[in-house]
Design a protein around this ligand. Structure first.
Ligand code: BG6
Length: 478
């Protein structure tokens, strides 16, 4: 068996999809607080003015804010070694640009961290996970404006100083590369080019804004990395990408080229900047072809070189195919696009299940950067039900996870320096893409439904007991 003895088994969540209490403890309004519920066929909407009768899933989410002790105790019962969660920027700086941090917010996360440490669970903290303060969006369109860098750094300074000695591992931005696609603009960057009510998929896309915003995020991430190292020599700062291996739909060289080019921009560009400290050469032609012109000054380039990531992390749910043939329709999937692969089955949300793709991703990433790697999201979103016997028999989830863990083991045998695995939505939470509670990932079922009913009670699914065994045996018993 090849997992390291100190392998970090665990789970992952993020604040806006988990906590609820959207206006408690001095919290300000974050972009996701303005998103309505949706489902696999009805898109969620963005409503800058809240509607009275509408259900907003993040407002109560699964009420972790009031139940974090119970939840962390359940994670500990499974034997978690690591717990990845995010800090809501708006709990610390409610408007994003406040002068001083909000003590109640700082205290809340201190309690969470202490609770983890009580059980010897290592916290892995995402600093910004799809929850930009809406005030920054209204004021200057969020990351499009350089001033957001300073706001972010103030936020980082407050949390780096407060949690020194308790937290070691940090991620600057969740899935930073989702900003290379239209869907990442509001979700990831808080960029909204028209402030009005709209279907989530009908946002006006201005690629220049996305890529200028991304540049500012790169600079912010590099400066935060440098700052963290100055505050504590123990701090390890990682980048976090959404990674979707692309296969060429055919062996036609034109398809191969399309695959290479798509992968360069969506999978590699951001990792190259954050791990190598430089914009990769291929990006300039892409910018030219797409009329993207962004401001990058010489000082920024130096900052990028001096603030590279200490480790690489990514989310993995699916692979996809690319083709040069524009008549072939793209499939449904995570935030990055692609066409369906005829060899793979998909989840009920059209995400194509491909455990071997994870081994391929791990090999390619390690080969490119030679940094320690963590898989910080992976899992199956599925419709779960409480059976007549009162239990939740989610053998489909166990099957999915088992096959992915097997491939991680293969990758480790291949020589990849894999350090940890935190499955996504270790407790049921709100879906980021559709805004629904029915798409469940957890080992723990939460009684909360899309019509706003449910008492938030927690129930262990079959996968809970299975994952406990996996951790206990360091991946031997799958
Ligand atoms: C990742 C995000 O893209 O995928 C998470 O980092 C998200 O926030 C996860 O929840 C799964 O996506 P979804 O849409 O099924 O919630």
């Amino acid at each position: 068996m090849s997992f390291r003895k100190d392998f970090y088994w665990g789970g992952a969540t993020c604040a806006n999809q988990l906590e609820g209490a959207w206006q408690e403890g001095g919290k300000g309004i974050a972009c996701p607080d303005l998103c309505t519920g949706g489902n696999v066929s009805v898109h969620k909407r963005i409503t800058p003015e809240l509607e009275k009768e509408t259900f907003y899933p993040s407002h109560d989410a699964v009420d972790h804010y009031h139940r974090y002790k119970e939840d962390i105790a359940l994670f500990a019962e499974m034997g978690f070694k690591m717990y990845r969660f995010s800090i809501a920027w708006t709990r610390i700086f409610p408007n994003g640009d406040d002068e001083k941090p909000n003590e109640e917010g700082l205290k809340f996360y201190e309690n969470i961290i202490d609770e983890c440490l009580k059980y010897n669970i290592e916290p892995l903290v995402t600093i910004s996970h799809y929850e930009v303060p809406f005030n920054l969006t209204k004021k200057w369109n969020s990351w499009v404006d350089r001033r957001t860098i300073d706001c972010y750094l103030n936020y980082c300074e407050a949390i780096f100083k407060r949690y020194k000695g308790k937290v070691k591992y940090w991620l600057t931005f969740n899935e930073i590369n989702s900003a290379t696609t239209k869907m990442g603009a509001f979700l990831n960057q808080g960029i909204l080019n028209e402030i009005k009510t709209m279907d989530f998929h009908d946002q006006v896309d201005i690629p220049n804004h996305r890529f200028q915003g991304l540049h500012h995020m790169f600079v912010a991430s590099a400066l935060a990395t440098k700052m963290a190292h100055e505050i504590s020599s123990d701090y390890q700062i990682g980048c976090m990408q959404i990674f979707i291996p692309y296969y060429s739909l055919t062996c036609n060289p034109e398809d191969e080229l399309a695959t290479l080019q798509e992968s360069q921009i969506t999978n590699w560009f951001c990792g190259d900047v954050q791990c190598r400290g430089k914009y990769p050469s291929y990006v300039w032609r892409y910018f030219k072809k797409n009329n993207i012109e962004i401001n990058i000054n010489d000082e920024d380039l130096e900052i990028l070189e001096n603030g590279t990531a200490d480790f690489y992390t990514f989310s993995y749910y699916m692979s996809s195919c690319q083709t040069a043939d524009p008549t072939i329709e793209s499939g449904k999937g995570n935030l990055l696009g692609g066409v369906p692969n005829p060899n793979l089955k998909a989840s009920d949300w059209g995400w194509q299940i491909d455990p071997i793709g994870l081994r391929i991703a791990l090999n390619e990433i390690y080969d490119r950067y030679q940094l320690p790697i963590y898989v910080v999201e992976n899992g199956l979103g599925a419709y779960d039900e409480i059976s007549e016997d009162g239990k939740i028999h989610d053998e489909y989830r166990i099957d999915y996870l088992r096959k992915h863990i097997e491939q991680m083991e293969e990758a480790t045998e291949d020589g990849v320096d894999l350090r940890g695995y935190t499955t996504w939505g270790c407790i049921d939470i709100v879906s980021a893409s559709t805004g629904e509670l029915a798409k469940r990932y957890g080992f723990i079922f939460v009684e909360r439904y899309d019509d706003g009913t449910g008492d938030f009670s927690r129930h262990r699914k079959d996968s809970f007991y299975w994952y406990k065994k996996v951790i206990e045996t360091n991946g031997v018993e799958l």
